[in-house]
Ligand binder design. Structure first.
Ligand code: OVM
Length: 403
C-alpha cells in the first residue's frame, strides 16, 4: 500500500486495491497498514472512506442513522447505480422499512426453531463424520465437511426441494462478489447470473417450499400480516443468499484453525462444551465476511475527519477483529479468550440474523468431531478461494486420526 502524505485536511490517502488478488490471498499485511495509517483512510481508486480499526468499525456499524444501508452495502451506490438484483428487504434497507422483515427473520431463526432442529442436526453431524472417517483418514475438509454439512442440513431446514441445490453456493458466491468492484471475479460470475437468479427466485414461491420449514414460516408470517405477501419471496431469498456460503466458510475457518493449532484442538477435545467459543473465535480470527460498506447520510465527523454526505464507507470487519488496539495477541487462535465484541457477524440492527443457526451447525459438527477424532493435522498444501467479500478456502487437506 502506498500511503501518500496526508492531504491538506490531514486525511491519509491510499491507492491500494483491497480487492486485488494479492490482498485477497493474504489481507493481513494490508489490514495492518490500513490501521496504522489512521482511523480513516481515503482509498482514491474507489473514492471510498476506509475504517480498519475496531473503534471506528464498531461505531459505524451501530450508527445506522449516519451510515445507511439502503444505498447498498457494497461499493455500488444505489443512489446513482441500478442494483444487479432487487435490493434485499433487510440487508439493503434502513428503518422503518427494514424492521418488519427483520422481525420476521429474527422469529423464524429464533430459539424455538433451533430447539426443534438441535437433536436432528447433532445426529446428522454424527452420521456425516462417521461416513467421512470410514472412507479414510486423509481427505479435503472443505468439500467433505465444511460444504457437506451445511448442504445436508440447511436446505432441508428451509424446505427447499432436492433439485438444483448445487446452485446455492455459486449464487451466494456471486452475491458476495457483487459487493466489491466490477472486477474479474464479478465478470467470471456474470454469465450465470440470469440462470442462478431465476432458480433462486423460483425457490422462494410458497408452492415450491415444503409445508414446514423456515420458508413456510416466512409465508405464515405474511398470512399473519407481519409482512406483506409481496415481501415474502424476497425475505426467503435472504436466507438462500446469506445462509450457505457464510456457514461453509465459517466451518472451513474453524477446521483450519484446529488443524493448525493442535493445542487448541486438544483443549476442545477435553472440553467439547467449548465448541461455540471455538466457532466464535474462528469467526473473529478469520472473518468469513471481511467487509461491508455503508453510505454517509450527512457530513459525518469521524476521529477529527469528515466523511462527506453521500460517500461510501468501507468497514474492514476482518481488520477490526485483529486490531491490536482492541485484542491481546490478535493473530492467535485462542480458546482461552473471550471473542465476544468481534464484528464478524456485524453489530447493531443489521447484525447477522442467522448467527444462531450458524452456531448450531458449528456446535453439531465440532462436537461430533471432538468425540471421534484424536488428532487433526494438515496433510498437504491448502488453497484459498478468492471472493471480493468472503475469506474462503477451496481446499484444506487434513489427516484425522480416530480417538
Ligand atoms: C440478503 C443478504 C443478507 C446478508 C448477506 C448477504 C449476500 C445477503 O438479505 O440478501 O450477502
Amino acid at each position: 500500500m502506498t500511503t501518500t502524505a496526508p492531504t491538506a485536511i490531514g486525511l491519509p490517502v491510499s491507492d491500494a486495491d483491497p480487492f486485488s488478488h494479492e490482498v485477497l490471498e493474504d489481507p493481513t499485511p494490508f489490514h495492518a497498514q490500513l490501521r496504522d495509517a489512521g482511523p480513516v483512510v481515503y482509498l482514491d481508486r474507489y473514492d471510498v472512506y476506509a475504517f480498519g480499526r475496531h473503534e471506528q468499525v464498531h461505531a459505524a456499524l451501530v450508527d445506522w442513522q449516519q451510515f445507511q444501508s439502503a444505498a447498498g452495502v457494497g461499493l455500488s451506490n444505489f443512489r446513482y447505480e441500478k442494483p444487479w438484483r432487487p435490493p434485499s428487504l433487510v440487508l439493503e434497507a434502513d428503518p422503518p422499512r427494514h424492521d418488519a422483515p427483520r422481525r420476521v427473520l429474527t422469529k423464524v431463526l429464533g430459539p424455538r426453531a433451533l430447539r426443534r432442529l438441535h437433536e436432528q442436526w447433532v445426529a446428522d453431524a454424527e452420521v456425516l463424520v462417521d461416513q467421512v472417517l470410514a472412507a479414510g483418514a486423509e481427505f479435503d475438509a472443505v468439500p467433505a465437511l465444511a460444504e457437506a454439512f451445511p448442504l445436508r442440513v440447511f436446505p432441508d431446514a428451509v424446505g427447499l426441494p432436492a433439485q438444483g441445490r448445487e446452485n446455492l453456493l455459486p449464487y451466494g458466491d456471486h452475491a458476495f462478489n457483487a459487493f466489491g468492484p466490477p472486477n474479474d471475479l464479478v465478470a467470471r460470475g456474470n454469465p450465470r447470473v440470469a440462470e442462478l437468479s431465476a432458480w433462486v427466485g423460483a425457490q422462494c414461491a410458497r408452492e415450491v417450499l415444503a409445508p414446514q420449514g423456515f420458508g413456510a414460516d416466512i409465508w405464515a408470517a405474511a398470512d399473519r400480516g407481519d409482512i406483506t405477501h409481496e415481501q415474502a419471496p424476497l425475505v426467503v431469498r435472504s436466507l438462500l443468499t446469506a445462509g450457505v456460503d457464510t456457514t461453509v466458510h465459517g466451518l472451513s475457518a474453524v477446521l483450519y484453525a484446529v488443524a493448525t493449532n493442535p493445542d487448541q484442538w486438544r483443549r476442545l477435545r477435553a472440553q467439547p462444551e467449548l465448541a461455540r467459543v471455538a466457532f466464535d473465535e474462528a469467526v473473529r480470527w478469520e472473518s468469513p465476511v471481511q467487509t461491508f460498506f455503508r453510505t454517509a447520510t450527512t457530513d459525518v465527523a469521524v476521529a477529527g475527519h469528515v466523511v462527506p454526505e453521500g460517500k461510501k464507507i468501507l468497514m474492514f470487519l476482518a481488520s477490526a477483529n485483529r486490531d491490536p488496539r482492541r485484542w491481546a495477541d490478535p493473530d492467535a487462535f485462542d480458546l482461552g479468550r473471550d471473542p465476544s465484541g468481534h464484528v464478524g457477524f456485524g453489530m447493531g440492527i443489521h447484525q447477522c440474523v442467522g448467527q444462531h443457526v450458524a452456531r448450531l451447525e458449528a456446535e453439531a459438527l465440532l462436537t461430533a468431531l471432538a468425540r471421534r477424532v484424536a488428532t487433526i493435522e494438515p496433510a498437504g498444501p491448502t488453497k484459498r478461494h478468492h471472493n471480493n467479500t468472503l475469506r474462503a478456502w477451496e481446499s484444506i487437506p487434513v489427516r484425522m486420526l480416530p480417538a
